[in-house]
Each structure stands twice: as C-alpha cells, then as structure tokens.
Design a binder for this molecule. Structure first.
Ligand SMILES: Cc1cc2nc3c(=O)[nH]c(=O)nc-3n(C[C@H](O)[C@H](O)[C@H](O)COP(=O)(O)OP(=O)(O)OC[C@H]3O[C@@H](n4cnc5c(N)ncnc54)[C@H](O)[C@@H]3O)c2cc1C
Length: 196
C-alpha cells in the first residue's frame, strides 16, 4: 500500500478517485497535498462537495494544469513539470477541451505522484498467458451472463473485471451468482452415474 506520510503528494485527476486519493493522503499525514486538474473547478467531474471538503482539509487545487513529465529518476519522483491550460472549443461531448498555453510550464515539488485518471483493464489474456480468454471491446472479460463462466471452462469472473468500473454491491452480487453456478457445476460433476 502507498504511504503518503511526510511526503509532498501531487494527485493528477479531477474525479471521485482523485478526491479519495487527496483526502486519504491528508489522513496518512502527507506534508502537502496538491490536486492537478486540466479543466477548471466548474468543469471538474468530481463532486463539488468533496472538493470543498478537501480544501477545508488543506488540499491545494491547481486548476487548468496538466502534467508534462515526472521529474527525478525511476526510483524516486522529485517533482512534476506542469503545463498551464485554457479552455478552448467544445469537443464532441459538448465540453470545452483544455488547450495548453505555450510557454506556461512550471515545476511543482513532489515526492509522490499519483495518477487518478480512470479505469482501464489490463490485457488479461496476455497477463495470464491465456489467449483463449475472451474479452469485450472495452477489455473486460466476456462471460456467460447466467453463470459468469468465462470462455475458459471452469473459470469464472465477477465484479469490475466483467462490468468495468462499478460498485461494491454489484461485485458482491456477481460473486454470489458465480459461487452458486460453481456449486451447481460441482454437484453435477459429483453425481453418481446411473446404472444402465
Ligand atoms: C478510488 C475508488 C473509490 C471507490 N468508491 C466506491 C464507493 O464509494 N462505493 C462503491 O460501491 N464502490 C466504489 N468503488 C468501486 C469499488 O471499489 C469496486 O466496484 C469494487 O471494489 C469491485 O470489486 P471487485 O472484487 O470486482 O474488484 P477489486 O475490489 O478491485 O478486487 C480485485 C482483487 O483482485 C486482486 N488481484 C488483481 N490481480 C490479481 C492477480 N493476478 N492475482 C491475484 N489477485 C489479483 C486485487 O489485488 C484485488 O484485491 C471505488 C473504486 C475506486 C478505485
């Protein structure tokens, strides 16, 4: 687990995960906590109440700021190079896209940099060395929706790796569905073969 105690922490991102990271870093006793977000306060996806709560706890927000490079070496971050942004034209989703202001770079002091930038599944077939493990276009695992069995017989999957970023209650429910399907499968396998 990451330990932010005594560290100058910079969290990159503006969603609920970023808010969890900054407030956890405060509770772990970080020396300073800064949140970097590439749009402005009004366009931040995280909850406005959480931003206000984080500010009350001493978190500094750097609005219209995007990371360019982590300074330091592979073993230890020493800072973050930051580009200053402005809001340009609206993109396909209707949100104004952040555009870099040329020459607006600056360096922030940091000895821990946390990327809180969304949820992407790993390349699971590659990671597990199982090319036959089928995935969806989003990279989540393809399962039988009734049993949650994957494309590998006897291998089941539940929760975020099937649904994408979701909620604890769904992961628990999926776990129960998979457990019931596994139990049914085992019972079936254990049945004595009827005499002819
Ligand atoms: C910052 C954040 C805040 C959230 N807040 C909320 C919230 O307020 N309410 C809510 O309902 N949900 C929240 N969620 C979502 C919730 O955490 C997930 O939906 C839920 O944890 C999914 O459960 P899961 O069992 O599918 O996956 P996980 O909880 O991610 O569990 C997967 C487990 O598998 C382990 N693992 C990974 N790879 C391997 C491997 N190769 N071998 C062995 N083990 C492995 C991991 O270490 C992990 O313990 C939040 C998520 C994040 C990231």
């Amino acid at each position: 687990m990451l330990d932010a105690a005594g560290k100058k922490v910079v969290v990159v991102g503006g969603g609920d995960t970023a808010m969890d990271c900054v407030r956890t870093a405060v509770r772990q006793g970080a020396k300073s906590v800064t949140c970097l977000y590439r749009r402005d306060r009004k366009n931040m996806p995280g909850s406005a109440r959480e931003v206000a709560n984080a500010e009350e706890e001493g978190v500094i927000f750097e609005w219209l700021a995007a990371p360019k490079a982590v300074l330091g070496d592979a073993a230890r971050a020493a800072g973050l190079r930051v580009a200053r942004m402005e809001l340009g034209e609206a993109d396909a989703t209707g949100r104004r896209a952040p555009v870099e202001i040329p020459g607006g770079e600056c360096d922030l002091d940091a000895d821990m940099v946390i990327k809180a930038l969304g949820f992407e599944p790993e390349d699971l077939p590659h990671m597990f060395g199982e090319p036959a493990l089928k995935t969806t276009a989003r990279g989540t695992l393809r399962v039988n929706p009734q049993t949650l069995e994957t494309s590998l017989a006897g291998v089941y999957a539940a929760g975020d790796i099937v649904r994408g970023a979701s909620l604890v209650v769904w992961a628990i429910r999926d776990g129960r569905v998979a457990a019931a399907a596994i139990a049914a499968q085992l019972k079936l396998a254990a049945q004595p073969i009827a005499a002819e």
